[in-house]
Ligand binder design. Structure first.
Ligand code: HEM
Length: 458
């Protein structure tokens, strides 16, 4: 006999519609994970979704022999903007393999090492901006880091300096916010309402993002260069397996997908600043390591792999921030077999085609794995201690073949930016009692978190 999967009581007909806040879905799921533990389900308008929130069950459903990415709900909605791009392609779409094989080599660790100076240049410009604001100026880290992220993504991957750190916010940032918020909300609204009331916002955001991408392509075509970056590969490379290039429209799809994926990184760093403020010992240790490795000299690419404690800070930040809050899984269909899928050795059963969502806020803070799961302890993410952790708690970049293709870019960005912030800036919380509260759509970020910044006192 299997154990029934827990479910909040809900209301007649509408089911659990009131258990999930459509304006902050991931925070609701975190709250439900805290209440129900390793697995729970909700039903909305007769539609059932299962959520997995323990390390062991996450590891089990990340087994690619039995399960695969489920492309449904918001991911299908955002296809309006990016069609069958990497993030949104269904399992059977050949476009995924073609794009993956063309794009992956351009964002490998080796390729990214060549962009170190560009990452550093953008980060230095942000620090110079803060310095210009005067000592003790108040900033919102998330807003500042969103700008930095768009600046660095556009420069390193597409070779264009946007200069968007200052001045009015680049329209791409609002368009990404509008398109992802719409994609999250549309599956739970009547179709007619989506079309009549909310359609124009979705269309406008899509137009803005696709024009941004088209402009990057046009510029490169009008000013050819010998720069061999991601944009070059998208425009010129052929898939080594099929010999096919990306079509013009596919290039736009993939360009638009990159800043959307990448926008997770600033959410993590903003949370990381908070964790370091709350843990002055960790901050002091990171500074000691950085000072030891970099000395008084310039920060260089070869230092990145020597910063072991900083790597621990970044991983612990990814664990506790859950900046990408989860991902979707479904059983691999077996033709003619509709028998239920067993989980945890038969403890639970789900239907053969059940969509499941891994809720990282539960998985990453699983008390079966972590002693004091809420404590920020970079030590547990360094060296052998990190190696010993089960695979289920290291899923911040997703899983298997559909794992984040930008993970090396994200790592380079996170280590470089965190190192620079720790080395050169003194942060002070505007509200010393601030407690992390997050919201977001495809990623989650600290709400209303402000700090004062000044150059580090040496
Ligand atoms: C802290 C930073 C980041 C985190 C935590 C993160 C997390 C994730 C996760 C969990 C997935 C899997 C989604 C799924 O299974 O549905 C994913 C996929 C993806 N990410 Fe990231 N990401 C980050 C940064 C980036 C960056 C910098 C880029 C681009 C430069 C990027 C582009 C993508 C793309 C295109 C996919 C789809 C890959 C595929 O299905 O083949 N991400 N990311």
């Amino acid at each position: 006999m299997s154990t029934p999967i827990p479910q909040p009581p809900g209301v007649p007909l509408l089911g659990n519609i009131f258990d999930v806040d459509p304006n902050n879905t991931w925070w609701s799921l975190k709250t439900l994970a805290e209440k129900y533990g390793e697995i729970f389900q909700i039903k909305v308008l007769g539609h059932r979704i299962v959520f997995v929130a323990s390390a062991a069950l996450a590891e089990e459903i990340c087994d690619e022999k039995r399960f695969r990415k489920f492309v449904g709900g918001p991911i299908v909605e955002i296809r309006y903007a990016v069609h069958d791009a990497l993030f949104t392609a269904f399992d059977n779409e050949p476009s995924w393999g073609i794009a993956h094989r063309i794009i992956a080599p351009q964002i490998s660790p080796e390729a990214l090492a060549g962009h170190f100076d560009e990452f550093l240049q953008c980060t230095d410009e942000l620090l110079a901006k803060w310095q210009g604001l005067g000592s003790g100026a108040q900033i919102r880290p998330l807003n500042e880091l969103n700008r930095l992220n768009l600046e660095a993504t556009t420069l390193t991957l597409f070779g264009k300096k946007l200069n968007c750190l200052e001045g009015s916010e680049h329209p791409m940032l609002q368009a990404m916010e509008d398109s992802t918020s719409e994609a999250m909300k549309r599956p739970n609204r009547p179709k007619l309402l989506n079309w009549l009331v909310h359609g124009s916002k979705f269309k406008k955001a899509t137009r803005t993002m696709r024009s941004f991408a088209a402009e990057l392509v046009k510029q490169r075509q009008e000013h050819p260069s010998d720069r061999r970056d991601l944009l070059w590969a998208m425009l010129n490379a052929k898939d080594p397996e099929t010999g096919k290039p990306l079509s013009d429209s596919e290039v736009i799809d993939e360009i638009v997908s990159m800043p959307i994926g990448s926008s997770t990184a600033p959410c993590a760093i903003a949370a990381g600043i908070l964790f370091l403020l709350q843990n002055p010992d960790a901050l002091a240790k990171a500074r000691e390591e950085i000072d030891g490795v970099l000395g008084d000299g310039p920060f260089k690419q070869e230092h990145v792999s020597q910063l072991h404690y900083v790597a621990g800070v970044v991983r612990e930040t990814l664990r506790l921030s859950c900046a990408a809050p989860g991902f979707n899984i479904e059983p691999i269909p077996k033709p003619g077999d509709k028998s239920p899928v067993l989980l945890a050795g038969g403890k639970y059963q789900v239907p053969h085609n059940q969509a499941m969502i891994i809720v990282l806020a539960g998985v990453n803070r699983d008390p079966a794995v972590f002693d004091e799961p809420l404590a920020f302890r970079p030590e547990r993410m360094v060296g052998e201690a990190f190696e010993r952790l089960p695979a289920g708690v290291k899923k911040w970049f997703g899983n298997g073949k559909r794992e984040c293709i930008g993970k090396h870019w994200a790592w380079e960005f996170l280590v470089i930016v965190m190192t620079k912030l720790i080395r050169d800036v003194d942060f002070e919380a505007v509200d010393p009692n601030y407690q992390l509260k997050q919201d977001g759509w495809f990623n989650i970020r600290p709400i209303d978190f402000s700090v004062k910044v000044k150059a580090r006192a040496r």
